[in-house]
Design a protein around this ligand. Structure first.
Ligand code: NAD
Ligand code: 0WE
Length: 262
């Protein structure tokens, strides 16, 4: 029997086969979960629908997380189809591209700050508000994706670092709030992976190469590895884990300097 057999999972954040959300969906499907997917806009609709076939998705719904009415209608549809939900995966992050290029103080704007925090941090608790009534009495959980840039500085990550710091605090406050209903809330802090979100970033290739050198495992991680960790965290094997940020980064966050070349 799979780790997630019989569990109903909503996955927000599939945009391509490279998406971290796709690695998570694949692992959830393999472990026996029933899957619902969302797509951000009409441009992504047909692509997400074809992934839905592969994972036998019961529901495929539009969702821009900046819209409360769209969030509400997603959970209305889930209530009608499933009556309840066990797991919500939040794999969404966005800042305007101009915020992620160059000196932090010079690049950051009031509007960019607001958008980054709304889409990347607020949206997680927004989903939880509507999921909560459907999660009663079933050891449910929520999971989000974060990055080390929340805790340390690095070039160009800029206001996304602040938004991820807010998201990580959100995990702790949501865990404490929803803990009264037996609902767990966690995050995976993934190492850098080439996805659509990463392909817009200047010098991402260089960063991947640099990262690999400083990682204890001497390689970058994959969406399959993040998916497997997500399946564990959302399974009953992790029933004692809540409010946690789990690094799936090959150990990078434990290092302070890359090996000296000789
Ligand atoms: P991706 O581009 O495949 O996924 C990002 C998703 O966010 C897309 O599906 C996109 O449609 C969605 N999205 C953006 N704005 C949205 C909105 N307003 N409403 C609904 N959906 C919206 O990239 P990814 O790397 O898989 O990113 C997923 C998560 O993983 C993000 O939170 C990202 O910050 C995090 N993360 C990525 C890396 C990495 O190196 N790729 C590392 C650590 C954490
Ligand atoms: O969280 C992320 C990606 C976040 C992201 C990426 C984009 C590109 C396209 C948010 N918003 C946008 N907006 C766009 O218009 N990661 C962890 C991947 C990532 O992004 C970086 C990184 C890493 C790692 C940006 C700069 C430096 C490192």
């Amino acid at each position: 029997m799979g780790l997630l057999t019989g569990k109903k999972v909503l996955i927000v954040g599939v945009a391509s086969k490279l998406s971290i959300a796709s690695g998570i969906a694949e692992a959830c499907f393999r472990e026996g979960a029933e899957i619902a997917l969302t797509y951000q806009n009409d441009k992504l609709k047909s692509r997400v629908e074809s992934f839905g076939e592969k994972w036998n998705a019961s529901l495929i719904l539009p969702l821009d997380v900046s819209s409360d009415t769209q969030i509400e209608s997603v959970f209305d549809s889930i209530k009608a189809e499933w009556g309840a939900i066990d797991i919500v995966i939040h794999s969404v992050g966005y800042a305007p591209a101009s915020e992620l290029d160059g000196d932090y103080v010079n690049a950051t704007t009031r509007e960019g700050f607001q958008i980054a925090h709304d889409i990347s941090a607020y949206s997680f608790v927004a989903l939880a508000k509507y999921a909560r009534p459907l999660m009663q009495g079933r050891n449910a959980c929520l999971l989000t994706l974060t990055y080390l840039g929340a805790q340390r500085t690095l070039p160009n990550y800029n206001v996304m670092g602040l938004a991820k710091a807010s998201l990580e605090a959100n995990v702790r406050y949501m865990a404490n709030s929803l803990g009264t209903d037996g609902i767990r809330v966690n995050a995976i802090s993934a190492g850098p992976i080439r996805t659509l979100a990463a392909s817009g970033i200047k010098s991402f290739r260089k960063m991947l190469a640099e990262n690999e050198k400083q990682t204890p495992l001497r390689r970058n991680v994959t969406i399959e590895e993040v998916g497997n960790a997500a399946a564990f965290l959302c399974s009953d094997l992790a029933s004692g884990i809540s409010g946690e940020i789990l690094f799936v980064d090959g150990g990078f966050n434990t290092t302070a300097m890359r090996p000296l070349e000789d």
